[in-house]
Write a protein that binds this ligand. Structure first.
Ligand SMILES: [Zn+2]
Length: 95
């Protein structure tokens, strides 16, 4: 996972989607957080969706333990249909 400053982080995330996608399907799937530990994802967490190609979703989640940390995660599928895991693309710590 890359550690970026806020500007680079938002650039990496790309264009934000204007509608909110339902992410409850991913509840309780763990992701590697920028703070160094793993957390379970819940769709009520403060996140933003960013467009990606196909079925994959890219979003920013805020660390549930320390809100200074944000992580850009991307969904990864097996055989295009089975959710495999979250991949952490980049992390950002705001002061
Ligand atoms: Zn965390």
């Amino acid at each position: 996972m890359k550690n970026l400053n806020t500007e680079e982080f938002l650039f990496e995330a790309g264009a934000q989607m204007t509608f909110h996608r339902d992410m409850s399907y991913y509840n309780e799937k763990s992701f590697q957080c920028a703070c160094g530990s793993e957390h379970d994802f819940y769709d009520y967490m403060n996140y933003s969706n960013f467009g990606t190609s196909g079925i994959n979703a890219k979003m920013i989640v805020t660390c549930p333990k320390d809100p200074k940390f944000s992580t850009l995660i991307k969904t990864k599928y097996k055989f295009l249909v089975v959710f495999d895991k979250f991949i952490s693309l980049a992390g950002c710590k705001t002061e």
